[in-house]
Design a protein. Structure first.
Length: 415
């Protein structure tokens, strides 16, 4: 793809270096270009990455200049049908791409449905699923905590929120993972997720229950069945993979940062503090695509033409020296909570969704550490590999060893 003059020296947001050390790439981009940098997505597709905290606030608050509707993108005629990132940028009919009153109508229905979730029941359900997964792990002395624990747990817990049966949740785990992996089974996974949601909506339309799906169908916003299906898919995908990575990276932090682990052992830090450090320094959603300029504008002293793709650099904004004055990219103070991991503005993650995700992730980490207290990394830390994605930051695997649970006096109480 021919690059515009503004992107002649743009940095590629893919490849081994970006995959392994994105924080270094963000620092170099900020030092070279300032808070807004020209970048290239796979396929040589140009975009603008917002790295500045204040600039990101402006983009997410000013929906008149930075719109969500992807039909505005002037490069669509040049984007091939098989572009691998197309599903993350193209309007899929969900609330993600709605604007104005239509977005507020659908987001309001989703937010209300999630706010009614009983967080105590959510914690109990997550703990039950976590203990079931750990019981399987306890049959041996080693496991991959991503594939065997962090991957299946969030969607199993989320299935209870949506009104899916446990067996449907188990089936959905593989389908969602196939979609996220982007391999040969990705399309099959997408079809399976959609089919599951269509069956769920039809069932809840006939026989509503105390679940988020039934509440969305009954909301005064008057959502159609198709709108509920699309928005349930967004809820499931957005609620699953970032939470999976949050769990995995919190465990990674505790297994690789021995000083942090020692502080926890001495009661000086907690799992919740570790979770928030991950959000500050290694947020699972690194970049979100995105916004589309409705007119020529200037952002952070950079001229951005109308119809361009603007990427929300959540991870870059979290390490902006404006809010992290120690040094660009340095870890912030313990109490620092000025991070953009949930985005900002009317398109941010619903507050109730954040609460649910935190309950699931916190319960997952604490339950694992309680039942497998001597868990250790099975390989050197520098041999761990990161997902090759411009959007998400997470490990492909986290191999560990531990003493089989049945060797502990009393076991889990499941005998």
């Amino acid at each position: 793809m021919e690059q515009p003059a503004s992107h002649e020296d743009a940095v590629e947001l893919f490849g081994p270096r970006f995959q392994d050390t994105p924080a270094e790439v963000y620092r170099e981009l900020r030092n070279t270009y300032g808070p807004v940098a020209p970048v290239l997505l796979p396929g040589g597709v140009p975009a603008w990455l917002v790295l500045g905290y204040r600039e990101l606030l402006r983009v997410t608050e000013n929906t008149k200049v930075f719109g969500r509707g992807s039909a505005r993108w002037r490069l669509w005629p040049q984007i091939p049908p098989d572009w691998p990132l197309r599903p993350m940028v193209e309007d899929n009919g969900s609330l993600l791409y709605r604007e104005g009153d239509d977005h507020r109508r659908r987001a309001g229905a989703v937010g209300s449905a999630l706010e009614a979730v009983d967080l105590n029941q959510m914690q109990d359900a997550t703990q039950s699923f976590a203990q079931g997964l750990i019981e399987k792990l306890s049959e041996g002395s080693g496991a991959d905590l991503i594939a065997d624990y962090a991957h299946p747990l969030p969607v199993l817990a989320l299935s209870r929120v949506l009104g899916l049966s446990d067996s449907e949740g188990v089936t959905l785990v593989k389908a969602i993972n196939d979609m996220v992996d982007g391999g040969p089974d990705a399309l099959r996974g997408q079809i399976e997720v959609r089919d599951t949601m269509e069956r769920l909506v039809a069932r809840k339309r006939r026989d509503p229950g105390p679940d988020a799906t039934s509440r969305m169908l009954a909301d005064h916003a008057g959502l159609t069945d198709q709108e509920v299906v699309e928005d349930l898919m967004v809820l499931t995908l957005a609620g699953h993979q970032p939470c999976t990575d949050w769990i995995g990276m919190t465990l990674w932090l505790l297994l690789t940062d021995h000083d942090y682990a020692a502080d926890m052992g001495g009661g000086r830090r907690s799992v919740r503090q570790a979770m928030h450090q991950v959000l500050r320094d290694h947020t699972p959603v690194q970049i979100f695509a995105g916004r589309f300029t409705t007119q020529d504008t200037v952002l952070g002293a950079t001229r951005v033409p109308a119809g361009d793709l603007v990427l929300l650099g959540l991870a870059g904004a979290n390490t902006d020296p404006y809010i992290r004055p120690q040094a660009a990219g340095a870890a912030g103070p313990e109490g620092h909570n000025a991070y953009m991991s949930y985005s900002h503005g009317e398109h941010r993650c619903p507050y109730a969704g954040q609460w649910i995700a935190e309950v699931v992730a916190h319960t997952a980490v604490e339950t694992l550490l309680e039942h497998l207290p001597d868990v250790e990394l099975a390989v050197p830390a520098d041999e761990l590999r990161w997902r090759p994605s411009p959007w998400l930051r997470g490990l492909t695997s986290l191999p560990v060893t531990y003493t089989p649970a049945h060797s502990y006096t009393g076991g889990f109480g499941w005998d």
